[in-house]
Ligand binder design. Structure first.
Ligand code: S3P
Ligand code: PEP
Length: 407
């Protein structure tokens, strides 16, 4: 489905309710499978979380998680310890290009029985679940934090717990801390000192407990962008968010101050307000918040300001090569982008071409990051249904605040 967003203006005040964080949900769904005493509230309605739920309750020999990276990585660890169960875990064409070797090697080192079905180092993989006795392993920490979270999520169910040594630079650290915080909430003992994470074994969660998932900050990023591109005085209320978030992408609150957007918290969430305009260049290291890189690059382009974004090495192995995708699409719109394997430079620009069809490359964040440009000019988003990976109601929510969208 290709959609056209006519040049739009949004109301001076509007409200949006976003469902739970996809990252928190996918961790908690796995933990609930291990500790059924837990109940969950405000679970993400994303495709990736629905796939995670279905995979955890399936009893078939083939589990397909399509585009869901966290589900692929977390379930690799989960099925490795399901004694007596044999599963082939597969995914979309792109998932078969997203590396999993670092995680598979760590699990094999711990004693897991995993083999590659097609290409060495990539899904699909065949897992024969068994009891893991060993408890010490090292792994490279600069490729994806999801491998580390996957191991931590099953660690408390290993007979001897786990001592994980992280080798080299650690990428996407807030996601590792999110995993540790959620373990703490269900009473699992874990420590993170320097490059070593230790998790103690635990048989049962202490008492039945309901955990409420905070709404998704990566999804909120598109409204920060919309606020930044809107008239001074525009307000958008987002629920349900809190000031002390487990999600690293809540750093948006600080980043968008640069664009004159304030964020004030109340009991229900956060109120974004465009306070002033600022056209100063932006320099940012996004190693800890890779999922908001596309949003920020497009905000800068919309406002005609230049930016230098670094710490982007993980973007190359996400739903698409996001660095190449950003360069291609911003340049179609009239911008100039220079990329390396881990950084992006956007030059100052003054024009935005009209009615440009934006390719989304099976990447939800390409569709959502470019949508706010409709506040400046008409734009076409190709394969707009990709948004369901993380935010199925995105287009309806944009319509509700005044975006003019037609198929
Ligand atoms: O653990 C998680 O929930 C995630 C970790 C990050 O991946 P990397 O650690 O691969 O950067 C992030 O990009 C992804 O969307 C979600
Ligand atoms: C990278 C992402 O997801 P995943 O790695 O879970 O596919 C994302 O949601 O931006």
């Amino acid at each position: 489905m290709h959609i056209t967003l006519q040049k739009s203006t949004i109301a001076k005040q509007s409200s949006i309710q976003i469902t739970g964080s996809k990252s928190e949900s996918n961790r908690l769904l796995l933990l609930k499978a291990l500790y059924p005493e837990i109940s969950l509230d405000n679970v993400s309605n994303s495709d990736d979380s629905n796939l995670m739920t279905n995979a955890l309750s399936s009893n078939t020999g083939l589990v397909d998680i399509y585009h869901a990276g966290t589900a692929m990585r977390f379930l690799t660890a989960y099925f490795s310890v399901q004694e007596g169960r044999e599963v082939v875990l597969t995914g979309s064409k792109r998932m078969k290009e997203r590396p999993i070797e670092v995680l598979v090697e760590a699990l094999q080192e711990l004693g897991a029985d995993i083999s590659y079905v097609e290409n060495e180092g990539f899904p699909p993989i065949k897992i024969k679940g068994k009891k893991l006795i060993k408890n010490k392993v090292s792994l490279k920490a600069n490729v994806s934090s999801q491998y580390i979270s996957a191991l931590l999520l099953i660690a408390s169910k290993l007979e001897n717990g786990l001592e994980l040594t992280l080798v080299g630079d650690i990428t996407s650290v807030p996601y590792i801390k999110m995993t540790l915080s959620l373990l703490d909430e269900i009473g699992v003992d874990a420590t993170f000192n320097g490059h070593v994470i230790t998790v103690k074994p635990k048989v049962n969660a202490q008492t039945p407990k309901t955990l409420t998932v905070e709404s998704d900050w990566s999804s909120a990023s598109y409204y920060f962008s919309i606020a930044a591109i809107s008239e001074v005085g525009t307000e958008i209320r987002l629920s349900s968010y809190k000031e002390n978030s487990l999600q690293g992408d809540s750093v948006l609150v600080d980043i968008y101050k640069h664009f004159g957007v304030s964020a004030v918290f109340n009991d229900h969430g956060v109120i974004l307000k465009k306070e002033f305009s600022n056209l100063e260049p932006l320099t940012l290291d996004l190693k800890n918040a890779p999922d908001i890189a596309q949003t920020i690059a497009v905000t800068c382009f919309a406002l005609g300001i230049s930016c230098d974004l670094t710490g982007l090495h993980t973007l190359k192995i996400k739903e698409t090569d996001r660095l190449v995708a950003l360069k291609n699409e911003i340049e179609k719109l009239g911008g100039q982008v220079d990329i390396t394997d881990k950084s992006l430079h956007l030059s100052t620009s003054t024009i935005i071409n009209e009615f440009v069809p934006i390719e989304t490359y099976h990447d939800h964040r390409m569709a959502m990051a470019f949508a706010p440009l409709a506040l400046k000019t008409a734009i076409i988003i190709k394969d707009a249904e990709v948004v369901s990976k993380s935010y199925p109601t995105f287009w309806d929510d944009l319509k509700s605040i005044g975006f003019k969208i037609t198929e």
